[in-house]
Design a protein around this ligand. Structure first.
Ligand code: BES
Ligand code: MN
Ligand code: ZN
Length: 492
C-alpha cells in the first residue's frame, strides 16, 4: 500500500552504514557525539577542509575505510537562527533524494541538537517529514523507477530517550495516515468512483474495528438527502454517503469531507484547461479517512464519527440543472444557480446529519472554492468558524503540523447573499468573497453541533503538474487535525 521511507532510531555508536549523513549548522562544529569514533573523526576532517562553512546545501565528503567502507557526508543546514520547520523539511527531502540517487542503501542521519527536533513534538515532526520524503504514487506504472531509499536510521539526541521514542512511534502512524489520504486522492476517477471510496472505508472499518454504514441511492431517497442525489444524478457511478463511528470518551468529534470523485462542473461545465485536477476534488473525504485511520492507530481517547458524501459531478440527461430546487436533509430547500457549486450541495446533507447527532466539535474539509485559492494561494487553507477558541486551537495545531492555515471571516452579509428567492437558499452568491459565501452557505446545516469549523482546502490539497517532483495529493489536513487531537488528549 502506501510507500514511505521507513525510519528507525539508531542505538549507541551505530555501525554497518554505507552512508553517514551529518547535518551541520553554519559556522558551528559538527556534533558527532553519537557516532562511532572513526566516523566522528572523519566528520571533523570534512569540516576542517578549506571552503567549508556549513551554508545550506553545501556538502563535504570523506571516505572511511575498513571492512565495510562508509561514506561520511557533511551537509550544511545554514544558520541556526534561519532554520525553521520548512527549511529543515526541504533539507531532509534533498538529503534523502541525493542519497538515493547515489545508490546508498543503509544510510544513517545525525543532526545537531535543535529546538526544532527536540522532545516528543520535535521527534514527531522529524520522523513524519522523513517518512513522507519517501512517498511515491507509482502503483499505476508498469515499471516503477528505482533509486529510492527503503529505510534510514537516525541518531537519537542525548538525554531523555522516552519522549523521543514516543514521538518517533506517533510519527510513523501520522505519516501512514497522510500517505493513506494521498493514495486515495491520487487514485484516478475511473477507478476511484463513489462506490470504490466506500469500499476503501469498509476496508479501514474492518481493519480498525469501526462501525460503518454506507447509504446508496435508495437510502438517500428515503432520508431526503436531495443534495447528494442531485449532484450524483448525472453520473453512471451512483452516489454514496458513508458514516463511520469509533473510539470512546466523554468528548465527541465529528468530521465531514467533500468527496466529489470528479468535478466536471456538470451542466455549468468547466473549461477544459486543467480539468484533470478535479480528480483531487475528493481530497476532503480522503483527508477524513486518513484522520480516521490516524486517530484509531494513535488510540485517541474520543468518540469519533466521520461522514463522507461521495458523488461524481457530470453533465448528462439525468444531471441536475441551474434553477432546480432541491430539498436537503434538514428540510431547507436550495435553488441551484450553478451546478459547479456542487460541493456545498453534498456537504449540506452530510453536515446536517452529522450535526443532528450533536457532536461537541464538527469539522469539515472541502476543496470548495477557487476563490479561496485566489485569496490565499496554493500554500494554505482557509479556516471559517464562529468559535474563536476552536479556531485558535486549529491554527496552533496547523503550526505544529507544518501546514499553513489562515482564518477568514463569516460576516453576516455573506449569509444574506446566499438567501434564495424561490428556495430557502441559493447555491451561489455574488462574484466577490466566494470562499466566504460558500462557508456561510454551509453554516445553514450545522445546527446541533456545539462548535463547527470549515476548512477550504482547494489550494493546498494537491500540487499541480507544473511541479513534476511534487505533483499530486498532499494529504493536507490530516497532520493538523491529528496534532489538534493529540494536544487535546494531553500528548504533544
Ligand atoms: N471543486 C471546485 C473548487 C476548486 C477549484 C477546487 C480549484 C480545487 C481547485 C468547486 O466545486 C467549484 O467548482 N467551485 C466554484 C464555485 C462557483 C461556481 C461559485 C468555483 O470556485 O469556481
Ligand atoms: Mn465544482
Ligand atoms: Zn468541486
Amino acid at each position: 500500500m502506501t510507500k514511505l521511507l521507513k525510519t528507525r532510531l539508531a542505538k549507541e555508536k551505530p555501525t554497518g552504514h554505507d552512508l553517514v549523513l551529518v547535518g551541520c549548522l553554519e559556522r558551528e562544529a559538527p556534533e558527532t557525539g553519537g557516532l562511532p569514533t572513526p566516523v566522528a573523526a572523519a566528520a571533523r576532517r570534512a569540516a576542517g577542509r578549506g571552503g567549508w562553512s556549513g551554508k545550506r546545501g553545501q556538502t563535504s565528503t570523506v571516505q572511511v575505510g575498513g571492512k565495510s567502507p562508509t561514506t561520511v557526508v557533511l551537509r550544511g543546514l545554514g544558520r541556526r537562527a534561519r532554520l525553521d520547520r520548512r527549511a529543515l523539511k526541504r533539507w531532509l527531502g534533498e538529503a534523502t533524494r541525493v542519497a538515493a540517487a547515489d545508490g546508498f542503501r543503509r544510510p544513517l542521519l545525525a543532526l545537531p541538537a535543535l529546538q526544532l527536533t527536540a522532545g516528543f513534538s520535535g521527534a514527531l515532526f522529524l520522523f513524519r517529514e522523513l517518512a513522507l520524503s519517501g512517498y511515491r504514487f507509482d502503483g499505476f506504472l508498469k515499471k516503477p523507477p528505482g533509486g529510492r531509499l527503503r529505510d534510514i536510521r537516525v541518531v537519537a539526541p542525548p538525554g531523555d530517550l522516552a519522549p523521543y521514542q514516543d514521538g518517533w512511534r506517533a510519527a510513523g502512524k501520522v505519516a501512514e495516515a497522510i500517505g493513506f489520504a494521498r493514495d486515495l486522492a491520487n487514485t484516478p476517477p475511473n477507478v476511484a468512483t463513489p462506490e470504490w471510496m466506500a469500499e476503501q472505508a469498509r476496508g479501514l472499518a474492518a481493519e480498525r474495528g469501526m462501525e460503518i454504514e454506507v447509504l446508496g441511492t435508495e437510502e438517500l431517497e428515503k432520508r431526503g438527502m436531495g443534495g447528494i442525489l442531485a449532484v450524483g444524478g448525472g453520473s453512471a457511478n451512483p452516489p454514496r454517503l458513508v458514516r463511520l463511528e469509533w473510539g470512546s470518551g466523554d468528548r465527541s468529534v465529528s468530521f465531514v469531507g467533500k468527496g466529489v470523485t470528479f468535478d466536471t462542473g456538470g451542466i455549468s461545465i468547466k473549461p477544459g484547461a486543467n480539468m484533470d485536477e478535479m480528480k483531487f476534488d475528493k481530497s476532503g473525504a480522503c483527508a477524513v479517512l486518513g484522520i480516521a485511520q490516524g486517530a484509531a492507530d494513535l488510540e485517541l481517547p474520543f468518540r469519533f464519527r466521520a461522514y463522507l458524501p461521495l458523488a461524481e459531478n457530470m453533465p448528462d440527461g439525468r444531471a441536475y440543472r441551474p434553477s432546480d430546487i432541491v430539498r436537503c436533509y434538514n428540510g431547507k430547500t436550495v435553488e441551484v444557480l450553478n451546478t459547479d457549486a456542487e460541493g456545498r450541495m453534498i456537504l449540506a446533507d452530510a453536515l446536517a446529519w452529522a450535526a443532528e447527532e450533536k457532536p461537541d466539535d464538527l469539522v469539515d474539509f472541502a476543496t470548495l472554492t477557487g476563490a479561496c485559492v485566489i485569496a490565499l494561494g496554493q500554500h494554505g487553507a482557509g479556516l471559517f468558524s464562529h468559535h474563536d477558541d476552536l479556531a485558535a486551537d486549529l491554527l496552533a495545531a496547523a503550526g505544529e503540523a507544518n501546514e499553513y492555515l489562515w482564518r477568514l471571516p463569516l460576516w453576516p452579509e455573506f449569509g444574506e447573499e446566499m438567501k434564495g428567492l424561490h428556495g430557502d437558499l441559493q447555491n451561489i452568491g455574488v462574484r466577490w468573497g466566494g470562499a466566504n459565501s460558500a462557508a456561510a452557505f454551509l453554516s445553514n446545516f450545522v445546527r446541533g453541533a456545539r462548535r463547527w469549523a470549515h476548512l477550504d482546502i482547494a489550494g493546498p490539497a494537491y500540487v499541480g503538474r507544473g511541479n513534476k517532483r511534487a505533483f499530486g495529493a498532499t494529504g493536507y489536513g490530516v497532520g493538523l487535525t491529528l496534532a489538534w487531537l493529540m494536544t487535546g488528549a494531553g500528548r504533544s
